[in-house]
Design a protein around this ligand. Sequence first.
Ligand SMILES: Cc1ncc(COP(=O)(O)O)c(C=O)c1O
Length: 384
Amino acid sequence: MSTILETDQDQMLFPWISKKKAEVIKSQNLKQSDLINLGIGDVCHPLPECIIKALHKGIDKMGKEAIGYGPEQGRLDLRSKISTVIYENRFSEDEIFITEGIANSLSILMSIFKEGSTIGVLSPTYPVYKSLLSTCGMSIVEIPADQELNFSPPNQKLDGMIICSPNNPTGKAFSKNQLEAWVQWAKQNNTLILFDGAYEAFIQDPKFPRSIYEIKEAQECCIEIRSFSKSIGFTGLRLGYFVFPKTLKWKGFSLAQCKNLISAKTNGVSYLIQEGGLAALSVEGLRASKQLTNSYMEMTEKLKDHLISSGETVIGGDHAPYLFWHVGGSSKEKFLHYLESRLLVTVPGVGFGMEGFLRLSGFINEDILNKALKCLSLDINVTK
Ligand SMILES: Cc1ncc(COP(=O)(O)O)c(C=O)c1O
């Protein structure tokens, strides 16, 4: 087993997982659907009816009239809807930028920083940040979690900092006090915070901020980045947005410069997908999103309860559909053990920057949950 791990050490995590899954399917003569997938956090329900209707309506309109390039910053009606529905008009449509999702927003926003800038990332966190930062020539500074997997600002100055709350993979949300400390630190050190709210819709307790702008003075040092991916199943459609407040004070970079940046980087997001975004923010869409997020959180809670009642140590899962399961030892070896002997797909913690854990995704349906509970009931501690 160690040779397999060593030869694969330099590979990116998700391609490595796909390769290992394919090997097990081949060697055990299985179908893809035989695997119990608690791995990559992708949605597993079809799009809600109101989104489908909106997409059909949009395509019919495009068949009747010429709809060409839209504004690079995104459709005004969608920005206006985001301003009202999400931010209660605290930010104008001028300060909102539509993108193809968080990955796209981040890659656009990287151009704000000079090459070689120091950018902090939490550890453990979403591995794509580090890949993006290194391809953009940034200098990455990892900010380690404490014993409880919480994060405090470092004692150093950074040009930028990516914070994700609720965090992937720990599934933990930052408290108001924690975020206040980060905002004060950013202001004192002239650091620009890029706040990734991919999982904000899953926050269960209103005491935990959903938006960084619930924190005083955050509009001076934070760009909030959001997505329709996880909240309403747009991972395959691709839609998101970020807020660049006009009050932001960071090295003189202004809202006007941000507009220039977006014009240079994109010709805008597809008209049709933005039609879907408008439907997602309608009363029906918001209701559908609540149903989806509740269902994923219910799956996560059942998985967590099961593991905890089996005596396992599990973190997270309260405000995001991710569990960080403490298995000890090499997470890639534990991953292979569960994959090969139980057909259970997880994600090794090391891929997020932390050994000894497996991440389990609650983006599953009842059928997958039942299979997972059954296989997790077998001698759980076998590899400890
Ligand atoms: C923390 C985090 N941010 C962003 C993304 C990707 O978001 P999008 O689909 O909007 O690009 C993910 C996807 O798993 C994620 O976990």
